[in-house]
Design a protein around this ligand. Structure first.
Ligand code: GDP
Ligand code: IMO
Ligand code: MG
Length: 427
């Protein structure tokens, strides 16, 4: 019953999707357990290039049961479009299932995400405006509507009536915008329900079955540890937990069943949206990494902020997730650099510290203390064995491993499925 949780170890976009796609070739089940369509997981495989937002990255293996777990918030329209696009491109989605407990993103969540961001003015969080924060707020406030709720139309209308009455007060009185029509929202969500009903299931039973058959189960994280609402750069964070512990909560399996926790790290750092990033490079090197790495949001197209590998943050991330191993992606992006820096500590108010402060104000004041390594200045894109990498690239990876504090299981040198080196086994 091996279960591997695949977790973003930085600020998202580390390459979780590509790692899951790779491992899913052997998997009986893959479950997404957090976030929503704020995620964009890019996959390049024999089917083509895809940017998945809600559908688990195991969808390309027809033998893999793919589950959108209870911990995910689902915009039904986005999910339907995603299913249609996959089917159009010859990807079978009949093995996709949606937890009846997953929360739905509603039209007022989308409106409120935008209105709240605008109200924050210069202190905007840079959210994806997909309604994620408002939907998770409603989950906690017990004002949510769940996927299973689409299957009982009468109950749905009653529940929507009281929620929309309340949301309309906020929309009109607080934000001065037009109210939503109950009939329109209800009609639209009934249609979504009709379309999605074949996918909606009690998915914990399906996961349990896969585990009992001794199949490999992957828990696919979204976002990254430094965007986690508890451990990330709060309030510049997302609204659902992105760490390994959430893998259990958001998929519906017990903590005793996880065998390995794989932390996915870029060989450098990137961040999209606002908030502190101690190693951000606002210079030519930062631009070079962004251009060479096409560091623009998968879904939004927003430029990502780029910087050196932050080992202080990396170690913190490993600690709160309990990583048993790391996947280091995008090593190839660094191929052209003559020298590389790794942040090994921070200077904070005249003191050297080796931990990741909770306060964003403190993090903003942290100055990185760097260690410098020589670059290898050779293409790594075609290397398939660790010992065939240039010695300086091996030294860089070995140093990251040492600083993170767990073995590197995978080293990736390109976006394609084959462009991955197994350094040490995951299990
Ligand atoms: P995710 O959100 O963690 O799944 O990551 P994204 O898909 O948002 O961003 C990662 C990007 O890096 C995607 O465009 C991937 O195709 C690409 N990628 C992943 N691993 C590698 C790698 O080793 N090298 C290169 N050059 N690109 C990679
Ligand atoms: P994947 O799964 C990178 C960021 C947003 C913003 C903050 C809050 O592809 O790694 P939200 O819409 O969640 O309320 O926005 O979180 N963010 C991501 N950044 N990758 C992601 O997902 C992200 N999902 C959210 O840019 O700064
Ligand atoms: Mg992404």
């Amino acid at each position: 019953m091996p279960v591997i949780a695949v977790i973003g170890a930085q600020w998202g976009d580390e390459g979780k999707g590509r790692v899951v796609d790779l491992l899913a070739q052997q998997a009986g089940a893959v479950a997404r357990f957090s976030g929503g369509d704020n995620a964009g997981h890019t996959i390049v495989n024999p089917f083509g290039k895809f940017a998945l937002q809600l559908v688990p990255s195991g969808i390309f293996n027809p033998r893999t049961v793919c589950i959108i777990g209870n911990g995910v918030v689902i915009n039904p329209k986005v999910l339907i479009d995603e299913i249609d696009k996959l089917e159009e491109r010859g990807v079978d989605t009949s093995h996709l299932f949606v937890s009846d407990r997953a929360q739905l993103i509603m039209p007022y969540h989308l409106l409120l995400d935008g209105l709240e961001e605008e109200a924050r003015g210069g202190k905007a969080l840079g959210t994806t405006r997909k309604g994620i924060g408002p939907a998770f707020t409603d989950k906690a406030a017990r004002l949510g509507i769940r996927a299973g709720g689409l299957l009982d139309r009468e109950a749905l209308r009653e529940r929507l009536r009281s929620i929309i009455d309340y949301k309309n007060v906020i929309l009109t009185k607080v934000y001065g915008v037009k109210p939503l029509s109950l009939d329109e929202v209800y009609g639209q969500y009934c249609q979504y329900g009709e379309r999605l009903s074949p996918y909606i299931r009690e998915t914990t039973i399906m996961l349990d079955e896969a585990l009992n058959k001794n199949e490999l189960v992957l828990l696919e994280g979204a976002q990254g540890t430094l965007l986690d609402p508890d451990f990330g750069t709060y309030p510049y964070s997302t609204s659902s937990s992105s760490i390994a512990g959430q893998g259990c909560l958001g998929a519906g399996i017990g903590p005793t069943r996880i065998n390995a926790v794989l932390g996915v790290y870029k060989a450098y750092c990137s961040r999209v949206g606002a908030g502190p990033m101690p190693t951000e490079l606002k210079d030519k090197t930062g631009e070079l990494i962004r251009e060479r790495g096409h560091e623009y949001g998968t879904v939004s197209g927003r430029p990502r902020r780029c910087g050196w590998f932050d080992a202080v943050a990396a170690r913190f991330s490993s600690r709160v997730n309990g990583f048993t191993g790391a996947a280091i992606t995008r090593l190839d992006i660094l191929d052209i650099l003559p020298s590389l820096k790794i942040c090994v500590a921070y200077e904070l108010d005249g003191k050297t510290i080796d931990y990741f402060p909770a306060s964003v104000a403190a993090l903003e004041r942290c100055q990185p203390v760097y260690e410098e390594l020589e670059g290898w200045e050779t293409s790594t894109a075609d290397v398939r064995q660790f010992n065939k990498l240039p010695a300086k690239a091996r030294k860089y990876v070995n140093r990251l491993e040492e600083l993170i504090g767990c073995p590197a299981n995978l080293v990736c040198v390109g976006p394609e499925r084959g462009q991955a080196i197994e350094k040490t086994p995951i299990l």
